[in-house]
Design a protein around this ligand. Sequence first.
Ligand code: WTA
Length: 649
Amino acid sequence: MPANYITSILKENRIFYPPKKFSENAHIKNMQQYGELYKKSVENPEAFWAEMALQLEWYKKWDTVLRNDMGFFKWFEGGYLNVCYNCLDRIVKSGKKNKTAFIWEPESGKCKTYTYGQLLKEVCKFANALKKLGVKKGHVVEIYLPMIPELPIAMLACARIGAIHSVVFGGFSSGALRDRIQDSKAELLVTSDGSFRNGKIYPLKENADNAIKECPSIKNVVVVKRTGKKVDIRKNRDYWWHELIKEENESCEPESMHSEESLFILYTSGTTGKPKGILHTQAGYLLFNYLTFKWIFDIKDNDIYFCTADIGWITGHSYIVYGPLANGATVVMYEGSPTFPKADRFWRIIDKHNVNIFYTAPTAIRALAKEGDKWPNKCSLSSLRLLGTVGEPINPEAWLWYHKVIGKEKCPIVDTWWQTETGGILISPLPGATPLKPGSTTKPFFGIEAEILREDGSKAAVNEGGYLVIKKPWPGMLRTVWMNPDVYKEKYFEKFGVYLTGDSAKIDDDGYFWVMGRTDDVIKVAGHRIGSAEVESALVSHKAVAEAAVVPFPHEIKGSAIYAFVVLKKGNKKSWKLKEELIAHVAEHVGPIARPDKVQFAEDLPKTRSGKIMRRILKAIAEGNKDYGNTATLSNPGIVETLLKEKIE
Ligand code: WTA
């Protein structure tokens, strides 16, 4: 984030205490209770996590809580359980067979609900269908679906039979899907005949067909009928979901899984060209999300919880599917756009289903705040008791709007900091205990030791910005990068020997964390993680482009947006048309979310004598600040002036 972000935080020094009644009824009621338990949890994390793990149901208890296997961390080795069993059968057995698990709200508004009992049956049927198609324990199943119930059903079915799911966000293009399948070597793909967004149909099956032309590992494709749009169904490869499950048995024995067998891969953008397959395993991931969800969202049996994330991202995995279900919670899942048909869709959903807990992203808050208070003010929103945010720093202005206009000044806000790699929330308020400072993600969760380091590895002083690191392993952490253990070690542990988050942050006098932004080349566009290298390689794959570099620039609603500097090959004319074409090219090759907002044609890019592009300079130009640092080391110092002159406003 730009430096002025911090200044604006410093001006906002109000503290918001949890309402008394909220605290009285909360799982964690005050800072003393937090402090005592936190101390216990970090003094002996293994004892803490072992005690918590008893809340899950195991086929066989573990032998060791934690083992460091040459930098690869193993939790609960020797233990066996099934994640799907813990999320469904265990809840049904506890007497909640008829409790609603999912309330699915499609864009069209005609809801469908699943009780825990019904969900279990649907999951078993699909699990049996997967087995019939030859999917076995340890196989990878790629899932490319919109926000429809079949998405969590497919994930849980994989977990039940020990297959590894790899969900690809339904808004990604065929190229992004292809890259991810090629890396994961999936055997089977689950997709749909399309998805609805803003009333329009997005062609998932066509994208899938294009992708798998270059993915020989895919043997079968299961297609969910969602839109009714006509699609190609290839014989002996493609099967309709509804036809497959028609005859299937409603029970399916869950596979007994070792704690450290793989549960899922989720690709995320890193600094390298190809996205990284973040691997999560069984028991540790489940335990961490079970507990963070329970305490951070302060979940109670009669709560209705609504998370607006797409399951294609980690937030949906951990806090729509695994965390809530392991707690037997009722989850609202929405299919479409926040502004369809109008800008009050989220607020209407809250009223319609009496939502008590609402979890969304700062970018959505900013976008909806811009639409005006009249939309939320037309709704009651009186069922809400707790709000949450995730994905990027929330500016105090947006925080205050959320607090006042949505929460009516009575709902605590949990600003939850975490990453695809961390599996679940690491730094966040506990809503019944933690006094809130708008813009701060407050304090670490139990068992988490976070710190700010300087470049030389020494501890930063109070209020001094630096690298955010996590000092000790935690059960929800990534286990490796799929097929690439060297990248795991190098990206996350090489610099300081402890887990490097890639974020910069500071800790204030009260021990509160303030996350400032990324330190690497990851750009957070509307809260979504986009690797600059992925966008650059898409640009360079266009026939007119010789070279490209992309950097973030501050954007009122998206937080950051993408600014692309493009050098054309000789003989190509700069034109508006070509700009539009390049933007469309990126949308097609990576996905619409990665679309650059600004494209500047350049004769050259600022480079060191060894030929490295100086992104720092491009970033300063895009941000409109004069903070280029030293330009003397450039092989072509004059270029900075030229780029500045031609800057896109
Ligand atoms: C950013 C999303 C500030 C951060 C769960 C992190 C945040 C990246 C917050 C991970 C927050 C997430 N405040 N920044 N509350 N939450 N971030 O993998 O830069 O999509 O490294 O996981 O989002 O993004 P990812």
